[in-house]
Design a protein around this ligand. Sequence first.
Ligand code: EPZ
Length: 417
Amino acid sequence: MDKIVIQGGRPLRGSVAISGAKNAVLPVLAATLLTHGKNRITHAPEVRDVDTMLDLIGDLGGVLDSRVKGDIVLDTANIKKAEARYDLVATMRASCLVLGPLMARLGEARVSLPGGCAIGARPIDLHIKGLEAMGAVIELKEGYIHGRAKKLKGAHFCFDTVSVTGTQNLMMAATLAEGETVLENAAREPEVSFLAEVLKRSGADIEGAGTDTIVIRGVSEIRPLDCRIFADRIETATYLIAGAITGGEVEVRDCIPAHVEPVILKLREAGVTVQENGEVLYVKANGGIKAVNIRTQPHPGFPTDVQAQFMALMAIAQGQSVIMETVFENRFMHAAELKRLGSEILIEGHTAVVSGVPYLSGAPVMATDLRASASLVLAGLAARGETLVSRVYHIDRGYVSMEKKLSNLGASIRRVK
Ligand code: EPZ
C-alpha cells in the first residue's frame, strides 16, 4: 500500500488549480441512467470514486464511449440490468445514487445496502422512505434493497434529517415520475443545485433546488446530459488551509469562492488573510493563527467535510478551539492521529476541544477516511521533521494528484510504494 512521506515546516508558495468536484460528478453520472443516449460530461475529476461509478454504470449496461482525462462520453441507451453489485457498492456508498434513477427508468432496482464507513453508520432509510412514498415497494433481503414500482408517482415527502444524496436520489426518481413531487427539508448543498441545473438543461421540470423545498414535475423522458463539472469546494477549502497551516502565501484558482464562504469567514476570524477575486482565492498567513470555534452544519453552514482539515489548523492555533461535529456520529478519527503529531485534543461525544500547541512534530500516522487523510497531510506539512501517512488510498478517492499539487507549491512530499 502506498504511503506519503512529508518533510514539514516549509511555507507553501505559488498557485494551485482546483479540479472538478467529486461530489458533483457522482450524482451526475448516476443521472445518466435516466437518459437514453450519449451523455457528455467534461472537467470530471480523475479520482478513484469516478472510476468506481463508471464501472457500476458499465455493469448496468452503460457504454463508456470515451474518457480523455476528465472528459467523458457515456452511452446509456441500453441499460438493462437493475442490480448494483455488492463489491462495487461496498467500495463506495455513493453507489446508492443509482437507486432512484433505476427505479425511475426500469421500475426496479437491486442495490446492495451500503456498508457503514469510518465516519458513521451512513443509513439510507430516508432514500427508501422517499421512494416508498412515491409508490415503490421495497424489501431488504440478503443485504440487498429490492425496489419495484410499475410507475413512480409524485409525492409530498419531508426528510427527517437533511440528506445530500437522499435529496439527489429522490430528485432523480421524481424527474420521470407521474405528477408532482415536493421535497421538504431538502439539502441545499451546491451539488444539489448543480444536479438540478444539469437535469433541467436536459428537459426536467425542477424548481427550488438550493432551497429547503424542491418541486419536481415528472416528464416522460429527458435528453442525454451535457455538462461541465464545477470546482470542488472541499478541495478548495483544503488548499486554503494548506496555505494557512504552513504560514505561506497561496493562490487557489479555478474555484468558486461563494461555495466556501463559511470556511473563508472562519479563516479570517482565525487571523488568516483571504482575498477573493473572481475564480481566484488568495490566502496568506504569517501572523500566527488564532483559535476559533466551529460547528459543522448542512450547507450553508460550515461543511462537515472540512472539519478534519480545520482541526489540523486549530492544533497549532493560539488558544483553545471547540469543534462540534453535528452531521456524522463518528467523525473524529483523525484526532487520535493528530495527537501522535503532538496536538492536544480532548474528545467528548460530538465535541472536540483543541488546545493549540506551538508546533507539531512529524511521526508515522494512519489515514482512516478521505478527509481525515487530508487532515493528516496538512498537519504533516506544518510539523517539524518527517511525517509518514499510510493508507493513502483514501486520498486517491477524492483528491486529484494531491502530492503533485502540493510539491508544486514547494512542499517536500513524495509517495512511496
Ligand atoms: C454526502 O454524503 C457527501 N458524499 C459526504 O461527503 C458529505 O460528508 C455529506 O453529504 C454531508 O455533507 C457525497 O455527496 C457523495 P447525508 P451523504 O445523507 O449524502 C444521516 C466526502 O468526504 N442520514 O447528507 O451520504 C447520515 O447518517 C463525503 O466527500 C440518515 O440518517 O450524507 C448523516 O448523519 C463524506 N438517513 C446525515 O444524515 C439517510 O437516509 C447526513 O448524511 C441519509 C442520511
